[in-house]
Design a protein around this ligand. Structure first.
Ligand code: SF4
Ligand code: SF4
Length: 112
């Protein structure tokens, strides 16, 4: 067949869904394999970071971040409407669900 077929990424949306740090990523593609909606594709160059092809298909489930063996190689970029803030009635402190070291009462051990 003479005709070539290309996969085109969706146009970039303001939100990137996940950000991969090319200095930390070792290109193992475990994040790619863990994604239910195939947001990323393996890089054609072995050992290079995966390519985020369909950012607007992301569910923000975080499975790719969980699957990554290198701390900080891939991070979630939640859209603005999912960065919900809460305020404690008694102290007036602002916090976010899932944030590191929220103000007390914090039932989880402190994180670095
Ligand atoms: S957060 Fe979930 S849906 Fe989004 S890229 Fe990662 S694994 Fe895929
Ligand atoms: S799982 Fe982590 S190290 Fe492996 S390709 Fe994805 S971001 Fe890179």
């Amino acid at each position: 067949m003479a005709d070539a077929v290309y996969m085109m990424p969706n146009p970039m949306t303001p939100n990137q869904c996940v950000v991969i740090d090319p200095k930390k990523c070792k290109g193992c593609n475990l994040c790619v394999d863990s994604c239910h909606t195939d947001v990323m594709l393996p890089n054609l160059e072995k050992g290079k970071p995966p390519i985020v092809v369909y950012p607007d298909e992301c569910w923000f489930c975080g499975d790719c971040v969980q699957a990554c063996p290198v701390k900080g190689a891939i991070t979630m970029e939640f859209p603005m409407n999912q960065r919900v803030g809460w305020k404690r009635k008694d102290t007036g402190e602002f916090f976010r669900i899932g944030m590191k070291n929220p103000p007390p009462p914090n039932t989880r051990p402190p994180e670095e």
